[in-house]
Design a protein around this ligand. Structure first.
Ligand SMILES: Nc1ncnc2c1ncn2[C@@H]1O[C@H](COP(=O)(O)OP(=O)(O)OP(=O)(O)O)[C@@H](O)[C@H]1O
Ligand SMILES: [Mg+2]
Length: 260
């Protein structure tokens, strides 16, 4: 199933705080990677939690296919996967196997089906050797992969990935990018938060910048280099500076980093 997700005029404050999101408007299309990029504390996680229905906005609303998210939430929860920034917030079963199997069991799959899907996803992520371990004993990068496995195992249509590269090494980062591109090919809605401008430019079809709870955009990767960076007060990534000195245009550099 395809989803059109729209957040309109979202304002949010935690109890006792100032507004940490102000007048935010975002659209998320199927078959497209939407990136929310901004510095530490700018409101990325808060926005992701609101878009996925885990937090309710103070003002404004989120609509999935024209319907109010908060009204349809129990029915559509199984279509949504959220990868938390801190995998410790996500893992609570006593073994990695049970962690990955958990959602399938709640959906009522037979143990045979559960086993084959758990092994399939574990192979994809290269974590078969962890299946018998306790999640809390894993490294942060391993926890992140297990948390991701526990989501993709039930094949949700909509993915919210909060700083997915955190704690992953180079080859795991590439594996994760490949998985994100496979999601895109299957017409899923993918929302990724990151503080990395290069990562945003590598994978984003649509990029929103966020600073102090104010969202700017959407920008295409090229528009983001031309207009988005200054709204973030960010300097140009090194690759643009170096390749620019060699005479390459931003469009060529973007093509190069997106194909590499
Ligand atoms: N539970 C909470 N109670 C009160 N304030 C909070 C809470 N969670 C976050 N905040 C505040 O809201 C603002 C936005 O936080 P948020 O975690 O959304 O930012 P972020 O962009 O995801 O940061 P990071 O890059 O560090 O992950 C920050 O000023 C933060 O201190
Ligand atoms: Mg965050």
């Amino acid at each position: 199933m395809e989803w059109n997700i729209v957040a309109r005029n979202i304002w949010f404050k935690y109890s006792g705080s100032e507004y940490v999101l102000r007048n935010t408007n975002i659209t998320i299309d199927p078959g497209s990677i939407t990136v929310i990029v901004g510095p530490t504390g700018s409101g990325k996680t808060t926005l992701l939690l609101i878009l996925s229905g885990l937090l309710k906005s103070s003002k404004g609303a989120v609509y999935y296919n024209g319907r109010l998210l908060q009204e349809i939430l129990p029915d559509i929860r199984k279509h949504i996967g959220v990868l938390f920034q801190d995998p410790n917030d996500q893992l609570f079963n006593s073994t990695v196997y049970d962690e990955i199997a958990y959602s399938l069991r709640t959906l009522g799959l037979s143990e045979d089906d559960v086993r084959s899907r758990v092994f399939l996803v574990s192979r994809l992520l290269g974590i078969e050797h962890l299946l018998g371990k306790r999640p809390y004993s894993l490294s942060m990068g391993e926890k992140k992969k297990v948390a991701l496995a526990s989501i993709i195992v039930y094949d949700p249509d909509i993915l919210f990935l909060d700083e997915p590269l955190a704690n992953l090494d180079y080859s795991n980062s590439r594996l994760l990018e490949k998985i994100i591109f496979d999601f895109k090919k299957s017409r899923k809605n993918i929302v990724v938060t990151t503080h990395s401008i290069e990562f945003a430019l590598r994978i984003g079809d649509k990029i929103y910048g966020i600073v102090d709870g104010e969202v700017r955009g959407p920008y295409s990767p090229l528009e983001f280099i031309e207009k988005g960076l200054e709204t973030l007060n960010a300097s140009i990534p090194l690759v643009f500076e170096v390749c620019g000195r060699m005479g390459l245009k931003p469009t060529d550099i973007i093509k190069m980093i997106r194909n590499s």
